[in-house]
Design a protein around this ligand. Structure first.
Ligand code: NAD
Length: 267
């Protein structure tokens, strides 16, 4: 690893490009080397943009173990702690190691088809929905125990750091970013004489295995959305979710940053 080498991920909007140029100059002035072509031997991954850019940087880096830090040029910055006005103090604090390294655990989804599976990872969430606006019918198992036969618009399986995103919009709870557990939240669950679905979200321990089995006949009408990116489910028989098999590292400079952010953005 080279202490002075830094990877920069940035989106193509004008503001991010401008900030990138300023940042590169300030880093060079402090004897850092910068690469747009990410290197495995860098000491830091800087992401410029909004939360969506942060998610894309994490996926594009294939869940790099090099610590991430976000510089915010978007609207909401849950992953993007550093404001443009704080670039100089951020560089000072990085050089002086005045930060905490936080581990953000990911959720994995194994899409099973005839005994074989494809595995995906999410930093925020997976959402399972119908692809034609019809009701989804999904059997839900936790550690092989059948919990419910869900009927509604869909289900969201979110990480603690993703709990403030789509999960929050459907009434799920905010979980502290380093909590060891993950959440299952319904989207418009149906409760009637015909259907009984849990109306609230549930938080599962980190070692629980969550299995979602679409009822037969709906296999081709469902989609899974992985951190905002649509993946067709095709003939998936069932999906198995695990928490914490992989994680990423993120630098946090203000110890109260998670709560400050929630107060600033939601209250
Ligand atoms: P984007 O960059 O426009 O992000 C969408 C919004 O989600 C932004 O306001 C962003 O700040 C916010 N967001 C993302 N991660 C967050 C987090 N961990 N905590 C709080 N807010 C967060 O679009 P994108 O690149 O497609 O982002 C994908 C994310 O958008 C998904 O992972 C999902 O969580 C979110 N999303 C939310 C809704 C909703 O709230 N109804 C619907 C679809 C997608």
């Amino acid at each position: 690893m080279s202490d002075n080498l830094i990877n920069i991920y940035f989106n193509s909007d004008e503001k991010s490009m401008k900030i990138k140029n300023t940042l590169v100059q300030r880093l060079k002035d402090r004897d850092f080397y910068i690469t747009d072509d990410p290197s495995d031997s860098a000491s830091l991954n800087i992401c410029i943009g909004g939360d969506g850019s942060f998610l894309r940087a994490v996926h594009d880096s294939n869940f790099s173990q090099i610590p991430f830090v976000g510089i915010n040029t978007g609207h909401l910055g849950f992953y993007q702690e550093i404001l443009i006005s704080q670039i100089d103090s951020f560089i000072d604090n990085f050089i002086n190691k005045k930060y905490k390294l936080t581990k953000l655990s990911l959720i994995s989804a194994k899409l099973f088809k005839s005994g074989k599976f494809k595995e995906l990872f999410a930093l925020n969430e997976f959402a399972i929905k119908s692809d034609n606006s019809r009701i989804c019918h999904l059997n839900v198992y936790i550690d092989e125990y059948h919990l419910e036969r869900f009927a509604g618009d869909g289900l969201i399986v979110s990480t603690p750091s993703g709990s403030t995103a789509y999960n929050f919009s459907v009434g799920g709870s905010v979980l502290y970013q380093e909590l060891k557990g993950y959440q299952l939240s319904p989207i418009a669950p149906i409760n009637s004489k015909a259907y009984r679905s849990l109306t609230n979200s549930i938080v599962m321990p980190d070692n629980s295995v969550l299995k979602i089995v679409p009822i037969k006949g709906e296999l081709n009408n469902l989609e899974i959305i992985n951190d905002g990116v649509l993946i067709p489910l095709e003939d998936t028989d069932h999906i198995e979710f695990n928490f914490g098999l992989k994680s990423i590292n993120k630098l946090v400079f203000n110890p109260n940053w998670y709560w400050i952010n929630i107060k600033d953005k939601f209250l």
